[in-house]
Design a binder for this molecule. Structure first.
Ligand code: IPE
Ligand code: IPE
Ligand code: MG
Length: 238
């Protein structure tokens, strides 16, 4: 655990990248990398629980990932169902509440059913909120937010003159959660890949060359430690 655990981020978001490369270096099929990645999720959830992080958002499947080979997409959806089914008792035991963001109705029916089951079964937990981003795209989320706002204007619930940053935030998938304080991306890529475009405006970024299946509790603690040394200015001069 970080020694000077002075500043623990309230919300950590992670782009879990590098499963395919992890498998490739071992001469394994990509799905084996995804399976190993699911184990890393467990460590991460545990570490966040220990640190008393309130929200952990994991980028598990992007809106663009549907364009991957059918076989990989199918395996990823099966893995999601298996992960949720197997881990639900553990989530309950660890007092974790599961939530999800993204165009969830694009997921196969079976995945949706398991997802909603786990969400329901963990709804009463008040420890870590674990948010899975599934079929998630930042630009799509903004479009959906605009449509939702327009509907509210049409219905006369709001006047368009009232629209501001705070109100728009309330029309996004993330309306119930604070913006992330810390963004972690594994596998060394220096890009957002359409993740939480609106919410990451003032988030501290931490990129590690480690591939996601190799990411351990210790790595998460190291990221949090580094976060503690950052000076957040939000554009103002002190
Ligand atoms: C991240 O690992 C998991 C998903 C996007 C579902 P990748 O599958 O992107 O692995 P690399 O980037 O090809 O190594
Ligand atoms: C981002 O990783 C999506 C997830 C981690 C789920 P990708 O591997 O899809 O992103 P790119 O293609 O490297 O930008
Ligand atoms: Mg990738």
């Amino acid at each position: 655990m970080p020694s000077a655990a002075k500043t623990i981020p309230c919300h950590i978001a992670i782009i879990m990248d590098g499963n395919g490369r992890w498998a490739k270096t071992r001469g394994l099929p990509r799905i084996k990398g995804h399976e190993a990645g699911a184990q890393a999720v467990r460590e991460c959830v545990e570490a966040c629980g220990e640190l008393k992080v309130e929200y952990l958002t994991l980028y598990a499947f992007s809106a663009e990932n549907w364009q991957r080979p059918k076989r990989e997409v199918f395996s990823l959806m099966r893995l999601l169902e298996k992960f949720l089914k197997e881990k639900t008792p553990e989530l309950i035991e660890k007092n974790v509440r599961l939530q999800a963001i993204g165009r969830l109705t694009d997921l196969p029916k079976r995945s949706q059913q398991q997802l909603h089951k786990t969400i329901e079964q963990t709804a009463g937990n008040n420890g870590l909120t674990l948010i899975l981003a599934l079929s998630y795209g930042g630009r799509l989320e903004i479009i959906d937010g605009i449509k939702s706002l327009l509907r509210a204007v049409e219905l006369g619930h709001i006047d368009k003159a009232m629209i501001d940053v705070e109100m728009f935030s309330k029309h996004l998938y993330t309306r119930y959660y604070p913006d992330p304080d810390l963004l972690i991306r594994t596998s060394g890529e220096m890009r957002l890949s359409n993740f939480l475009l609106w919410q990451l405006s003032y988030t501290e970024m931490y990129v590690t060359p480690k591939l996601w299946p190799d990411f351990t509790k210790k790595d998460l603690f190291a990221a949090v430690e580094e976060f503690g040394s950052r000076q957040r200015r939000y554009g103002v001069v002190e």
